[in-house]
Design a protein around this ligand. Sequence first.
Ligand SMILES: NC(=O)c1ccc[n+]([C@@H]2O[C@H](COP(=O)([O-])OP(=O)(O)OC[C@H]3O[C@@H](n4cnc5c(N)ncnc54)[C@H](OP(=O)(O)O)[C@@H]3O)[C@@H](O)[C@H]2O)c1
Length: 358
Amino acid sequence: MRALVAGMVGEPADVLRLESRPVPTPEAGQALIRVKATPIHASDLHVLRGRYGFSPEFPTVGGHMECVGRIEAVGPDTAVGPDTEGLKVGERVVAVAVPAIPGPPVAGTWQEYLVTDTRRLLPVPDQLSDSSACQLAVNPLTALLLVTRELDVQPGEWLLQTAAGSTVGRLVIQLARHLGIRTINVVRRRAAVEEIKELGGDEVICTEDEDLVQRVAEIAGADGVSKATDCVAGEVGAQVSRALAPGGEVVVYGALSTHRQTEPAALTIPLQARSVIYEAKAVRGFWLNRWFGTASPADALSALSEVRSLVADDVLSIPQGQPFPLERFTEAVAFAEAPAHGTKPLFVFEDGRDDDNR
Ligand SMILES: NC(=O)c1ccc[n+]([C@@H]2O[C@H](COP(=O)([O-])OP(=O)(O)OC[C@H]3O[C@@H](n4cnc5c(N)ncnc54)[C@H](OP(=O)(O)O)[C@@H]3O)[C@@H](O)[C@H]2O)c1
């Protein structure tokens, strides 16, 4: 089988190689998954560059977050059937690869077959395309947790968010509309403004030609905004904090200001001590891997099931990914990091394609 392997930490395009490897054999409690589609997330590239919150042993198969595939086989004495939510051979499932889930870690997803603990598998309803299913466990779950758990935003409240055109940002807008939450959406390009409004964003601020702090004050008036999410960090993150009302809180979950995390100044969020002290403004982090490591297995399954229903019921619509065969990995990685790339690159496997789920 084909696998995309990084021999060492480094620039993905330099260290990734297409290899031929034997198909792995599942042990007790494990399933062999034939992968159909798997995304290239920013975090996958951070892992390869050695700049993420965990580091696998190298050489490593790339892709450490999620994929969709079919159960090809299960290990000896492995429960399949009602006890594992109806899992059976041939079933289409999402494999959640994040390492903090209990049980042995899943192998990288950028390969044709992988072996994983059956507790990491979630069955996928027929109406979900492979593109949506393989992006279910990271960005939609992050959007759900940020809005409903981390910040507990209530109907009628404002939520301020940066990089509103990102996949997470778009999902936050859709979820907010569903829950009656009003959003103020920050984008960096004027060309993105109309699209965000069409998606249902209540207000859009474009940092290309607008002052974030001033515009938030104009929009939210005397009551201000108390809840925000930020995945840009740097000066934009600092402006978000400045724009908040006293007692307000921003949850930081990304640092797109220095996407490759190479510029120390952009990796910093310069806060004003006076507003932290006298206005008790807070800045807190969120990392899905850490959440999986601290949530109970029941909570994790319940949040994942909730997100699966929101997507299956079309409350949340995950933008259709851009398919790439594994062989075109250099192009796919460049696409993932290109400005205004719009959609998420996905590795898709010809042999695993089903007409009904494309
Ligand atoms: N902490 C966690 O657990 C967690 C979980 C999921 C995602 N994330 C993070 O969330 C962020 C978004 O992920 P995603 O998959 O949704 O992203 P994505 O779909 O690839 O979209 C990236 C977006 O970021 C915008 N952007 C890039 N650089 C920017 C900058 N310097 N200033 C402002 N906007 C910028 C892009 O705008 P243009 O359209 O103008 O290019 C694009 O809208 C990433 O940082 C990711 O690592 C974190």
